[in-house]
Design a binder for this molecule. Structure first.
Ligand SMILES: *Cc1c(COP(=O)(O)O)cnc(C)c1O
Ligand SMILES: [Zn+2]
Length: 404
């Protein structure tokens, strides 16, 4: 058996591989425990390379057995960003562009795994609390799996993200409060309906594993080597932790040589994880979040302490760009690489820029930065920061005049 159980990330207590997520001993979060011999005997570079062009090429590493609920997530574009690299002073900058996933964010990776698990558990519905991207992804995968979806979102997230969830027929519940309020009510609903799979609540240990594929892809695309440094956007910190585990998995089964990859995070200014790294303090929840980067706006990050620990022990750092810098990041990427990323991607690019300017990343380092969402989802946030269109009557002389 590939999955042997669940284990508390704080005290180590073990549990059966069921829809559990908190430790009854210390209230710590649980993680999936694998039989590494089982996995090692099944994986090889050749087998993976012959696999489907989606995250399911790494199925042997993922905590599911059933037929995948698959819209084609993963194995997205891996780009050598020589223009942006030149602009920033980096010779070996690579980007993974998850804006091209089926619902246009990296959340399709975690959701595809979690909804597959929900089916395996025989659950009757799926749901989540969402900062925006999870909503559309759950809605689409639930439609494919023919399950009803209950999606809790805070007030004020981007309209396109709501439209995307609604079009697939999901029940979208707009909560008068922040993401953390939406998450609290969703947790109560999950406890009330144990046969519903709330992907980031009672399925969280399984859900988080889908993000490990972003580590596997980086390694595979780099010819089965690990980068020197990564730059990862952070909301709850789960993605950063999963990429770290993903590199360890590959080392453990011998698909790559061991290497100490430096982990850097980027989070909008004022949010808890970057704040704690910069100030050298504990990760303290923040109640009021003053940022337009809704997809990363989590005031009480579930994986915050673990993300901070990884950043510190690998010798990395966390940056905290303000909204204006995130918008500049979007524009810089768009103008140099032809990629339109969402605000979270702007935070990543802006964070990367700061890390280089501070001398934390060397010119020759192999760097992988993760672009996790599509710019068309957050167009309304940047429209005021773009040049206006040139308006003319349908006459040649008008054209010559406006471009003069
Ligand atoms: C959810 C999300 C993240 C990261 O979320 P974590 O909670 O840290 O795993 C990053 N970028 C985008 C666009 C997201 O939607
Ligand atoms: Zn525990």
């Amino acid at each position: 058996m590939k999955v042997t159980g669940l284990r508390c990330r704080i005290c180590g207590k073990e549990f059966p591989p069921e829809a559990l997520y908190t430790c009854d001993n210390c209230f710590g979060p649980l993680e999936v425990k694998y039989d590494w011999e089982w996995i090692k005997n099944r994986v090889s570079r050749e087998k993976i390379e012959k696999g489907p062009k989606s995250l399911w090429r790494y199925k042997d590493f993922l905590p599911v057995d059933g037929e995948p609920v698959d819209l084609g997530a993963g194995f997205t574009r891996f780009i050598r960003a020589s223009n942006l690299g030149e602009e920033l002073g980096l010779k070996n900058l690579f980007l993974i562009d998850d804006s091209t996933n089926p619902t246009y964010s990296f959340k399709d990776r975690v959701v595809s795994v979690a909804v597959t698990k929900a089916k395996e558990f025989g659950m009757k519905a799926v749901g989540c609390a969402s900062t925006g991207n999870l909503a559309g992804s759950i809605a689409a995968h639930a439609a494919k799996a023919r399950l009803p979806a209950y999606i809790f979102v805070p007030r004020g997230i981007e309209k396109n993200k709501i439209i995307q969830a609604l079009v697939h027929g999901a029940n979208v519940i707009e909560v008068d409060g922040t993401y953390d309020d939406a998450n609290r009510i969703a947790t109560e609903v999950a406890e009330e309906h144990p046969d519903w799979g709330f992907v980031n609540i009672n399925l969280r240990p399984f859900y988080a594993e889908g993000s490990k594929t972003l580590a596997y892809e980086a390694a595979e695309r780099l010819g089965w080597t690990l980068p020197d440094q990564v730059v990862v956007p952070m909301a709850s910190g789960a993605l950063l932790c999963a990429i770290y585990r993903g590199f360890r998995d590959l080392e453990r089964v011998g698909l790559v040589d061991e290497k100490d990859v430096v982990f850097n995070g980027s989070q909008p200014h004022g949010l808890p994880i970057s704040r704690a790294v910069k100030l050298g303090t504990r990760v303290e929840p923040v109640r009021k979040m003053d940022t337009i980067v809704h997809s990363l706006a989590i005031g009480n990050p579930a994986d915050g302490i673990f993300a901070k620990e990884i950043i510190e022990k690998t010798g990395g750092y966390a940056e905290d760009p303000v909204d204006r810098e995130a918008i500049e990041g979007i524009k810089l990427l768009a103008k140099t690489e032809g990629i339109f990323t969402e605000l979270a991607g702007g935070v990543t690019v802006a964070g990367l820029k700061k890390l280089v300017e501070e001398g934390r990343i060397d010119r020759s380092d192999v760097v992988v930065a993760y672009l996790t969402g599509n710019g068309l989802k957050t167009g309304e946030a940047i429209v005021d920061y773009l040049d206006d269109t040139l308006k003319i009557r349908p006459r040649l002389e008008d054209f010559e005049e406006v471009i003069a």
